[in-house]
Ligand binder design. Structure first.
Ligand SMILES: Nc1ncnc2c1ncn2[C@@H]1O[C@H](COP(=O)(O)OP(=O)(O)OP(=O)(O)O)[C@@H](O)[C@H]1O
Ligand SMILES: C=C(C)CCOP(=O)(O)O
Length: 279
């Protein structure tokens, strides 16, 4: 019997939403293809006894709103939130829930047994990314419980309460990292709208000579010559943030594969179906 494996797929905000807009989904063909691949991968994994966790990014349903209301630094716990913060927090949560609802109902109609989980309900951070892994235990325990029952848990980058900042923004990339620390995970896949990591943003330089795709990155290397400032609003660090958390995953357990690939690509489907890397 093959050993049961768990994979985590993050559907990036750039894959499922139009990040140049506000509360705008990706074009229907892009979104359909992305979710079709998730459906195919789910059936493939299930047949072989493997399990799938989904996380989605916020894209245009979270980043512009977080910026507008200054929600990442939060309101601090010493003073109560101003009406501006109350409105912003309530508004962003409403936007995020509508995105999660859309993704989950599209997958449910494809017969993928998804169960949505809002991180806000499972974690209060202590200074956002500085939060210790043990505080993520209730979230991981619920994910484990859903997996054991045969469901596909769906989490997302979220606006959450924070013991120091009052509130903050928790990236799906950090949720990915924390889950790898608490569950046994074989592979992490980041699906976005570019084929991987380049020397600099491929949307600003699409020449394969001056801006090649970097196929592998040494996780131990402190600094690599990668520029990661993108052209859309991203309060959680964009591609730079993703590289940071992917490296932390690999450094914490070098048996976990970490892959960044483009929605709809053959690589994305192969990686989600647990095909070997580099085939
Ligand atoms: N060096 C780079 N290599 C590849 N992409 C880069 C680079 N620098 C900037 N980018 C940009 O990073 C974007 C992907 O990062 P982003 O954080 O938007 O991904 P995501 O996970 O899909 O979104 P979200 O954070 O909303 O979930 C691409 O759209 C690309 O234009
Ligand atoms: C902007 C919000 C609310 C969450 C960010 O999550 P990410 O898109 O996974 O980085």
């Amino acid at each position: 019997m093959t050993q049961k494996k768990v994979i985590i797929v993050k559907l990036g905000g750039a894959a499922i939403t139009e990040k140049r807009g506000v509360c705008q989904l990706s074009n229907p063909q892009q979104l359909e293809e992305t979710l079709d691949q998730v459906e195919t991968a789910y059936w493939h994994l299930t047949k072989s006894g493997h399990q799938l966790i989904l996380i989605h990014g916020a894209g245009s349903f979270g980043h512009p709103q977080a910026k507008q209301y200054n929600l990442k630094p939060g309101w601090t716990t010493t003073t109560p939130p101003t009406p501006h913060y109350l409105k912003g927090f309530s508004h962003i949560r409403h936007c995020l829930q509508s995105l999660s609802q859309h993704i989950c109902s599209s997958l449910e109609s494809r017969n993928v047994p998804v169960l949505a989980m809002s991180p806000l309900d499972y974690i209060q951070t202590q200074d956002c990314e500085q939060t210790s892994t043990e505080l993520f235990q209730p979230m991981a325990a619920r994910v484990r419980q859903y997996l054991d029952l045969g469901f596909v848990p769906v989490l997302h980058g979220d606006a959450i309460l924070d013991g120091i900042r009052g509130c903050t923004i928790l990236s799906g990339d950090i949720i990915m990292y924390q889950l790898t620390q608490l569950l046994t995970v074989t592979r992490c896949i980041f699906i976005t709208d570019v084929c991987g990591i380049y020397k600099s943003d491929p949307k600003q330089d699409n020449s394969s000579t001056s801006n090649p795709l970097i196929r592998e990155i040494l996780a131990q290397e402190e600094k690599e010559q990668i520029q990661s400032n993108g052209s859309t609003i991203d309060v959680t660090g964009g591609m730079g943030g993703k590289i940071k958390w992917a490296k932390k995953i690999v450094l914490s357990d070098n048996k976990i594969d970490c892959i960044i690939c483009k929605w709809g690509s053959k690589e994305a489907l192969d990686m989600m179906c647990l095909e070997p890397i580099g085939k």
